[in-house]
Design a binder for this molecule. Sequence first.
Ligand code: F6P
Length: 363
Amino acid sequence: MSAPDPLRVCLLTGGGDAPGLNAVVRAFVHAAGRRSILVLGSRYGFEGLVGDEGVVPLRREDVAGILPRGGSLLGCSTHSNPFSVADGAAATQDVTSRLLRRMDELAIHALVLAGGDGTMAIGMRLGAIGVRCVGIPKTIDGDLGGTEATCGIDTAVQSATNAIDALHATAEAHQRVLIVEVMGRHAGWIALRAGIAGGADVVLVPEIPYDATRVVTKIRERDRLGRRFSIVVVGEGARPAGGATSEVEPARPGQPARLGGAGERLAAELRALGLPHEARVTVLGHLQRGGSPTAADRLLATRFGTRAAELCARGQWGRMVCLRAGMVESIPIEEACRAEARLSAAHELLACARDVGIELGAP
Ligand code: F6P
């Protein structure tokens, strides 16, 4: 009797990149190799499987030295959803039949998807048409459900905290109000965590529509105490009470809206309210996605990557690795897709922020 064919899986890094993705790839390849699983990598998300970017072998020698590197060895793509590939300005095309054919040609038994909410939603739909998938959560936004942590957010928070530290000195020297716009889409995790860690005076998160007069009151209070400068952290998805999220590009078929401009809008609102300081805006942008991952992100990525290989070896398809009570476990991918992780009004981080005097823009 001949030995069964070894399991062949294809790994991809979907959506926007996040620090720690290379650590995920490395860990998965090592742990898969120890379980005699052959690993391929799809370049630029699903693009390698449904487009022209190609699929490459991933062996231990291919992942040597990538642990501390940002970005992704495989490349990422935010527009390679096989259920909805852009086909002209207004239409999208379902190319899952192409994906299935390619998997067949390459004798790929299963897909391992490192990604955020968009990628997990694809994984869930692929599961429904019979594709075996395992998910690994990554996103700097921290908005994926079902897990206490995702790869990348710790590094993003560290980068934002470093920026706030640097801005403090110059804000004080010029008695300015410096507004720092951070990423996070519709979740305030980066803003709140970096705001607390960096000692910001005001933090505005998307989950709490703000009243700009409270921000001015806080700044005036600081003036009275002789602290004639302030640091205001604003999440890109933050909006004034009764107002809308600030977008630089509206949503298109298969593409969410691109957020931006929340910081400049706030500066204009503060000026209109007679702020007695110069207000300037720093948009951290993709600096939060670049750079070497922190030790915490490397460790989480390595734990997630190795556990994902274990799920493959055991044939536990349709599951996403996750962190629960500090331990790596796994849940059905559907569970991660059920609801985005947002700050609830009762979250202890909000109470913590208020207790150290941070103004949140609402009572
Ligand atoms: O989801 C990660 C993220 O960096 C968000 O915080 C941000 O809104 C978005 O991606 C930016 O995406 P892009 O680089 O495609 O403009």
